[in-house]
Design a protein around this ligand. Structure first.
Ligand code: SAH
Ligand code: SF4
Length: 351
């Protein structure tokens, strides 16, 4: 019988689970306290639970289906973990500490099917969706790590690791709810962000299903020709359709949207593109995150390069007069290939 992953249960489901193993309801409060306050995952160490309950938990439940395969620490403090699933797939998460934040970049899939030309994850292809437990365990693991280091907790979760989160929508939506739950991880809803390459029907489904969390759309091109050449998804849902959907999302949710925009020398980072992008962002309730290309070996597109500092500044100057917020994302963990678009594991290398 498959073990129940306790981190993947909502409050109600955990109550039900505890009743189901023949224990009174107040025990679920104690269990939750062990799991989320003490970050304990060893049932035998949950001292105030009766032995019989510890044994039932041992037989029917787990909090740990991932094993740590590798840890790399960047010179800027960013830490990348490679986790192995029980079926021997490997994926990564990245802890990005800053003065007042502990952000975790989580994966929602092993690999990715979207084939973006600038992204190393694309070279893995799609292997499988991560389960709810596998998604949440990344955050619990990071909390356990932080507890030992500085006593802090993950404050922000960004679904910007491997995979297209909206292709694993139900698990990602539930994960966000449990991350946000007061009795669970307790992370504020506006510190949970899901980033999509632009899966149009799923954006609308997300707006209905999980509108309280933040959504970022990877625009990455200011016209169809440019976006077609970088992101195969643009042929399915071209820019004008994506932007209409973005408007619909803003209308349905009342939330501000983030557009992510990758800066690639001579392709997306030209002054003409900046003017087009300004037109796109100017009359929408959005903010813009500019991400200078992080290096990698991009299959079939070895010519892709980051723009120079002065080219980036020129690009920013054009946008800065647009009346919307523009932020440049600082690259973190490039030396250990932990920055945006740098996550990739060749499964056979580690098998
Ligand atoms: N799959 C989702 C989320 C993961 S990628 C998505 O594509 O939105 C997170 C962000 O990193 C995306 O905005 C993506 O466009 C960007 N990105 C991918 N490869 C990159 C690279 N080599 N350099 C900089 N940003 C990159
Ligand atoms: Fe997938 Fe996002 Fe990488 Fe595109 S940028 S291949 S959608 S992980």
């Amino acid at each position: 019988m498959a073990l129940t992953h306790l981190l993947s249960l909502t409050d109600q489901a955990l109550n039900q689970f505890v009743l189901g193993i023949g224990q009174p309801e107040f025990r679920s409060r104690q269990l939750r306290n062990w799991l989320f306050s003490n970050l304990e995952i060893d049932f035998q160490k949950m001292q105030n639970l009766p032995k019989a309950m510890q044994n039932s938990l041992q037989e029917t439940a787990t909090c740990s289906v991932l094993s740590l395969k590798a840890e790399q620490i960047s010179e800027d403090g960013t830490t990348k973990w490679a986790f192995e699933t029980q079926d021997k797939n490997v994926f990564e998460s990245v802890l990005i500490p800053s003065e007042n934040r502990r952000s975790l970049c989580v994966s929602s899939q092993v690999g990715c099917a979207m084939g973006c030309k600038f992204c190393r994850t694309a070279s893995m292809g799609f292997i499988r969706n991560l389960s709810l437990g596998e998604i949440l365990e990344q955050v619990h693991f990071a909390n356990r790590h932080l507890k030992q280091h500085d006593g802090s907790r993950i404050s922000n979760v960004i679904f910007m690791g491997m995979g297209e989160p909206l292709h694993n929508l139900e698990a990602v939506a539930l994960a966000c709810e449990i991350l946000n739950s007061e009795d669970g991880f307790g992370i504020s809803r506006n510190k949970i962000t899901v980033s999509t390459s632009g899966v149009v029907p799923k954006i609308l489904e997300w707006a209905r299903r999980a509108s309280q969390f933040k959504l970022a759309i990877s625009l990455n091109g200011s016209n169809n020709l440019m976006r077609d050449s970088l992101m195969p998804i643009n042929r399915r849902w071209p820019l004008e359709v994506l932007l209409e959907t973005a408007d619909e999302y803003i209308r349905l949710t009342g939330q501000r949207l983030t557009f992510e925009y990758i800066l690639i020398k001579d392709i997306t980072a030209t002054p003409e593109a900046a003017h087009e992008l300004k037109q796109i962002a100017a009359h929408r309730n959005c903010k813009l995150n500019l991400i200078p290309l992080n290096p990698g070996s991009f299959p079939g597109r070895s010519e892709l390069a980051a723009p120079s500092e002065s080219e980036i500044e020129e690009f920013e100057n054009i946008l800065n007069t647009g009346g919307f917020q523009v932020l440049r994302r600082k690259p973190r963990g490039r030396d250990i290939f932990a920055a945006c678009g740098q996550l990739a594991i060749q499964q056979k290398e580690v098998a």
